[in-house]
Design a protein around this ligand. Structure first.
Ligand code: FES
Ligand code: FES
Length: 162
C-alpha cells in the first residue's frame, strides 16, 4: 500500500508556461499550484470538493484542484486567475466582477472567475446556475456574483435575481 512517498516528475503547463515538478503519490494539483508553483489564487477551504474556492481550468474544464491527484495531471494545460489578465486589461470576467462589486473579502472570487471562464469558453453562456453550482461565498455576495456572470454571459441579469 502506498505511503505517499513515491516521487513522480509531473510535467504541466500553467498559464502558458511549462513546469516540471516532483510530486508524491498523495499530492493534489492544489498542492502543486500553491506549495510548489506559488499560484496563490487557488485557495483551499474545504479540501473536499464542496466549496469551489480551489477551482482552476484544466484542459478547458473547471476542476476542483483539491480533489485532482497531481500525478493524473501530467501533460495538462492549467489556467489560474493569475493568467487571466493581459498586460493592460482585466479579463472581461474580472472586469464584470469589478463593475458589479461582486465580492467582499474576495476569498471565493478566483474560483468563481475560473468556472465562469470555463463556462464561457467551453460550453457557451447557456446555464449560469449549473456552471456555478458548488461554489460557496461566505460573504453572501451571490446576487452581485450572479449579476456579474450574467453580464458576461449576456443573459440580461441585473443583480436583482431577475
Ligand atoms: S477547497 Fe477545493 S472545493 Fe473546497
Ligand atoms: S466574497 Fe468573501 S467569501 Fe465570497
Amino acid at each position: 500500500m502506498s505511503d505517499g512517498s513515491e516521487i513522480f516528475l509531473l510535467n504541466l503547463r500553467v498559464n502558458g508556461r511549462a513546469h516540471r515538478v516532483p510530486v508524491s503519490a498523495d499530492d493534489t494539483l492544489l498542492d502543486v499550484l500553491r506549495r510548489d508553483l506559488r499560484f496563490f489564487s487557488c485557495r483551499e477551504t474545504c479540501g473536499l470538493g464542496l466549496c469551489g474556492s480551489c477551482t482552476v481550468v484544466v484542459d478547458g474544464r473547471a476542476v476542483s484542484a483539491c480533489l485532482a491527484p497531481a500525478f493524473t495531471q501530467d501533460g495538462c494545460e492549467v489556467r489560474t486567475a493569475e493568467g487571466l489578465e493581459d498586460t493592460d486589461d482585466l479579463h472581461p470576467v474580472q472586469q464584470a466582477f469589478v463593475d458589479e462589486q461582486a465580492f467582499q473579502c474576495s476569498f471565493c472570487t478566483p474560483g468563481f472567475l475560473m468556472s465562469t471562464v470555463a463556462m464561457l469558453e467551453e460550453d457557451g453562456p447557456a446555464d449560469v446556475e449549473s456552471a456555478l453550482t458548488g461554489h460557496l461565498c461566505r460573504c453572501g455576495s451571490y446576487r452581485q456574483i450572479m449579476a456579474a456572470v450574467g453580464k458576461v454571459a449576456g443573459d440580461g441579469r441585473d443583480g436583482t435575481g431577475e
